[in-house]
Write a protein of this length. Structure first.
Length: 586
C-alpha cells in the first residue's frame, strides 16, 4: 500500500486542484442557483491553496486531502447552521469567537445537535488523521520541492486574501454578482462561501470606511437650527430613573399569518399603547445580539462599519460617548444586569469600558429561579426592582438583558407551569415548525406576564421612571416562518422587532418606526436631555425626516452613517455645529 501511494505521489499532487473544484462543486449551494465556471474557480481557489499549504507541511497527499477537505466541509456546515439561525454566513470576523466557542460549548453545541455528537466526530477525525499519517510516508521530493511549494502557496494566500492585484479585481464587483458588504448573507448566497470569505477579508483591511465629510457638512449647514436646539437644551431639574430592557429574541408574532397582534403578548401591547412604540429595524437575526445592543447603547449604525461583525471586539471603546457615558455626566449611576456569563460576547470587559459602573452576571444569579435553560425574566426583573428600591437619591440607569427566550427554539418545553399546547397555536404548523413555535410562544407568554407585573410596579413608583423595552432580533424559527409566512409577504430577513418607551409621567402616545441606532436620540428627546457630537446630528437627521423612519440608503441615512464614521475615526465627539473632528463644545 505504501509503495502504491508513494508511486502515485505526483498524480495526487496534480489532483489537488481537481479535488478542490469537485469539493466546491458539490458543497457550494450558490453554484446550484448562479452557476458559472468563473464562480466555481473563484470559490475553489482558496480551498486549493489551503490544500497545497497542508501538503507542503506534511508531505502526505492523502492526509492533506482528508484534513483540508474536512476543514472545508466543516466550514460549509457551520456556515449553513449560522445562516439558518442568524441570517448571516460564516465570516472572517467570526474568528474572534473561537475562544467564546470553547468557553460556551454547552450553548453553541445545541445548534449542532449535542456535545456527544461533536466529540464523536472529532475523535473519528483524529483517528483517520493518525491512520493516514502512519500509512502514508512523506513524498519522495522532500523539502527541496515542498519548501518552494509552501512559499508559493503562502504568498498566493496572502495576495488573494489581502486583495493584491490582480486578485482584488478578480474578486471585485466587475467579475462577480454584486457583493454588498452591508448584506453578506445575500451576497454569499449569490456568490459562494469561499468567495465571500476572500472578499470580506480583503475589505477588512479598512475597519472604518472613509467618511464623506462634504455630505455631513452640507447637512450641518442646512440644519444648523435643529442641531443647536438639541445641543442647547436645559437639563431637566428632575431626572428620571431610566430602565432599559433588552428582551432576548422578542418580536410581535402578529406580523405572521394567522396570528393577531397582542395574541401572545397582551401586556406589551397594552403598555405600548400608552407611550411611544413601533417597529424596530435591527442589524441582527436569530443571534448576534451585541450588534443591536451596540446600536442602542452608542447610536452608531452597524451598517456604517460593514467589516465589523462583532462590535465588542475592537470597535467599542472607552472614549465613545455612549448612553451610559453621557448619563454619568448628568449625575446618573449606571448598572447592568445580565443573567449569563460575563465573558460571553466580551461583556465583562466592554460594559465597564463604555460606562457601566456596576455589572451583574451569572454568578450573581446563582439561586435565581429558571424558566427552562436560563434564568427567568421574572427573576431578572425582580433583581432590578430590588435594586431600585434601595438605590440612593441619584438618578439611575439600569439595563437588564434577558436570557429566558434564548435559542435554539426547536426544543421541548420544560420548566414552565403553563406551556402552550398545539391548540393554542395557529393552524398550518407541523414537525419542527410546531416545536419551534410552541417553545418560543410558551416563553414569550411567560416573559410577557413578567413584563406586565414589572412595568406595573415601575409605573407605581413615586420617582419619575422611564422604561425602554425592545427586542434585539427575531428568533430563528426557520420552519415556523416558512410554514406560516408573514402578513407583508416578505421573508424573515425583512421583518422587524418592536420597541416601546413608557413613563409614569404623562406623555403623548404615538407610533414611530425606528432603526435601533436611532433609539438613543429618541430617548434623549423623550426626557429632554441635551445632545452633542454625533448624537445631535443623528437626532437632527430623524427630525429632518419629519420624525419618520429614515429609509435605508436614503440621503439622510447616508448622513447618519458618515457622521458616525467621522466620530469613530476622530476618536472623540465630533463638533456637531461644524461637522468636523474638532472637539465638541461641552
Amino acid at each position: 500500500m505504501r509503495k502504491i501511494i508513494r508511486a502515485s505521489e505526483a498524480l495526487w499532487f496534480l489532483l489537488i486542484p481537481f479535488f478542490s473544484i469537485a469539493l466546491v462543486a458539490v458543497m457550494e449551494p450558490a453554484l446550484r442557483v448562479h452557476f458559472s465556471i468563473g464562480l466555481l474557480l473563484l470559490n475553489a481557489l482558496p480551498v486549493m491553496l489551503g490544500l497545497f499549504v497542508i501538503y507542503a507541511l506534511s508531505g502526505r497527499a492523502l492526509f492533506s486531502l482528508w484534513v483540508g477537505g474536512t476543514i472545508a466541509l466543516v466550514l460549509y456546515i457551520v456556515s449553513a447552521i449560522k445562516l439558518q439561525n442568524m441570517n448571516a454566513p460564516l465570516m472572517p470576523g467570526d474568528a474572534v469567537l473561537i475562544g467564546q466557542l470553547f468557553r460556551n460549548l454547552d450553548l453553541f453545541s445545541q445548534y449542532a445537535g449535542s456535545i456527544a455528537l461533536l466529540v464523536i466526530g472529532l475523535l473519528a477525525f483524529i483517528a483517520i488523521c493518525w491512520l493516514l499519517w502512519r500509512m502514508e510516508r512523506q513524498g519522495a521530493r522532500g523539502w527541496r520541492v515542498r519548501v518552494p511549494v509552501l512559499v508559493v502557496a503562502l504568498a498566493l494566500n496572502y495576495c488573494v486574501y489581502q486583495g493584491v492585484e490582480p486578485w482584488a479585481a478578480a474578486y471585485g464587483n466587475n467579475r462577480v454578482v454584486k457583493f454588498a458588504l452591508w448584506d453578506p448573507a445575500t451576497s454569499v448566497q449569490r456568490n459562494g462561501l469561499m468567495l465571500g470569505m476572500v472578499r470580506l477579508t480583503q475589505e477588512k483591511k479598512v475597519e472604518v470606511p472613509k467618511s464623506d465629510k462634504g455630505l455631513v457638512d452640507a447637512f450641518v449647514q442646512q440644519h444648523e437650527g435643529l442641531i443647536k436646539t438639541r445641543m442647547n437644551r436645559t437639563l431637566p431639574t428632575e431626572l428620571p430613573d431610566i430602565v432599559i430592557v433588552q428582551s432576548e429574541a422578542f418580536f410581535e408574532p402578529g406580523i405572521m399569518n394567522k396570528v393577531q397582534d397582542g395574541q401572545y403578548d397582551p401586556n406589551f401591547e397594552r403598555l405600548a399603547a400608552t407611550g411611544i412604540t413601533g417597529e424596530l429595524g435591527t442589524p441582527a437575526y436569530g443571534g448576534g445580539t451585541i450588534r443591536t445592543e451596540f446600536e442602542v447603547l452608542s447610536g452608531y449604525p452597524m451598517m456604517a462599519f460593514p467589516s465589523v461583525s462583532y462590535p465588542y471586539y475592537g470597535l467599542a471603546q472607552h472614549w465613545m460617548p455612549t448612553v451610559p457615558q453621557r448619563l454619568r455626566k448628568f449625575g446618573y449611576q449606571t448598572t447592568l444586569y445580565h443573567p449569563f456569563k460575563g465573558s460571553f460576547w466580551n461583556r465583562n470587559t466592554v460594559m465597564p469600558s463604555i460606562g457601566f459602573e456596576a455589572t451583574h452576571f451569572l454568578p450573581d444569579f446563582k439561586h435565581a429561579p429558571r424558566a427552562g435553560a436560563h434564568v427567568s425574566d421574572r427573576a431578572l426583573f425582580g433583581r432590578v426592582l430590588n435594586y431600585l428600591q434601595h438605590a440612593g437619591s441619584s438618578p439611575q440607569l439600569v439595563m437588564a438583558i434577558t436570557m429566558e427566550n434564548h435559542g435554539p427554539w426547536a426544543n421541548e418545553v420544560s420548566g414552565l407551569d403553563h406551556p402552550v399546547t398545539k391548540a393554542d397555536l395557529p393552524a398550518g404548523l407541523s414537525g419542527k415548525g410546531l416545536m419551534e413555535m410552541r417553545y418560543y410562544i410558551s416563553h414569550l407568554e411567560n416573559g410577557d406576564q413578567a413584563l406586565g407585573d414589572f412595568a406595573a410596579k415601575l409605573m407605581q413608583r413615586k420617582r419619575w421612571t422611564v422604561l425602554l423595552f425592545y427586542g434585539d432580533h427575531l428568533p430563528a424559527l426557520s420552519h415556523a416562518f416558512r410554514q406560516l409566512g408573514f402578513d407583508n409577504g416578505k421573508t424573515h430577513g425583512f421583518q422587524h422587532t418592536r420597541y416601546m418607551i413608557v413613563s409614569n409621567r404623562p406623555m403623548p402616545s404615538r407610533k414611530l418606526d425606528l432603526h435601533a441606532f436611532e433609539v438613543p436620540s429618541l430617548l434623549f428627546d423623550t426626557i429632554g436631555l441635551p445632545e452633542d457630537g454625533y448624537l445631535a446630528i443623528d437626532g437632527a437627521v430623524r427630525e429632518a425626516s419629519g420624525g419618520q423612519y429614515v429609509k435605508k440608503g436614503s440621503h439622510l441615512d447616508k448622513v447618519a452613517f458618515n457622521a458616525a464614521r467621522m466620530e469613530v475615526s476622530c476618536k472623540h465627539r465630533i463638533n456637531a455645529e461644524q461637522g468636523d473632528c474638532s472637539k465638541s463644545v461641552q
